[in-house]
Write a protein that binds this ligand. Structure first.
Ligand SMILES: C[S@@+](CC[C@H](N)C(=O)[O-])C[C@H]1O[C@@H](n2cnc3c(N)ncnc32)[C@H](O)[C@@H]1O
Length: 241
């Protein structure tokens, strides 16, 4: 197998030597195959809701697919896994809302795995807010370029049990629309240049939202103020595009 893309490599680097893993929404299966072929994960489970997608992973696995350690499972989200069956779970290349739904479907099972690596294609801020509100710890936020896009990779530890996750922490947290959920401080510190480019992308999006709001007659002062606040935050870290 050829090397991974920078995005998949960043995710692979979050899996420690000896950790078993499952890849939810594996599609081509490149990430788990890399981890297995390079002796990083002693066993990998490749999962996808789509049989045709899973067929791609089987084709990529080639001769390995009949090996003991490779496991292909068709089904929705974490439903195809037993509680605690692997150390780490990757959910990459899906929307943040779908990732949230997959996790919330069965919190007891969700909390049975030791670590998650998420790569939401969008709605990362929503996902971060939901995770922290429900007792998950975000240990790392990273950015990586893929073509014209900047992608987010989030490494997360779940609460020790779903009971901890029952505590709603939202009262003690910044509001859901606070831009700190979009552009967390650790990202700004660890990858300042890329974070600056990402802030500029976010700034452009918010400026378009503001233009639309100004043309509309039924936008409240509060909504306008919120968008202006987000623009100020992104402008303070990024630049005009
Ligand atoms: C864009 S691909 C991402 C492939 C790979 N994970 C990556 O990041 O390059 C998204 C995959 O997620 C699968 N998928 C979508 N919803 C799913 C769900 N609820 N459970 C499992 N897989 C799902 C799709 O069938 C598709 O193969």
């Amino acid at each position: 197998m050829n090397g991974l893309t920078d995005r998949l490599q960043m995710i692979a680097d979050e899996i420690k030597q000896g950790e078993t893993m499952a890849d939810i929404g594996t599609d081509h299966g490149f990430l788990p195959l890399y981890l297995w072929e390079n002796g990083i994960s002693p066993s990998v489970i490749m999962c996808d809701i789509s049989e045709p997608s899973l067929a791609k992973a089987k084709a990529a696995a080639g001769a390995y697919q009949f090996g003991r350690e490779l496991d292909f499972r068709a089904g929705d989200g974490l439903k195809v896994l037993k509680s605690g069956e692997v150390d780490a779970v990757v959910i990459a290349g899906m929307g943040g809302l779908l990732i949230h739904d997959i996790l919330a479907a069965d919190m007891e099972k969700t909390c049975s795995f030791s670590k998650y690596i998420f790569q939401p294609r969008n709605h990362a801020a929503h996902l971060r807010y939901w995770l922290v509100s429900n007792g998950f710890s975000i240990v790392k936020n990273q950015l990586v370029r893929e073509g014209k896009f900047i992608c987010e990779v989030i490494t997360v530890l779940p609460p020790k049990s779903s009971k901890n996750g029952d505590t709603d922490l939202s009262d003690t947290l910044p509001a859901q629309d606070d831009p700190c959920w979009d552009l967390p401080k650790d990202m700004l510190l660890s990858q300042p240049e890329l974070a600056r480019d990402y802030a500029a992308v976010k700034l452009g999006i918010e400026q378009k939202i503001l233009e639309g709001m100004r043309r509309s007659s039924n936008v409240s002062d509060c909504e306008l103020h919120n968008v202006e606040r987000r623009i100020d935050y992104f402008r303070s870290y990024g630049y005009e595009v």
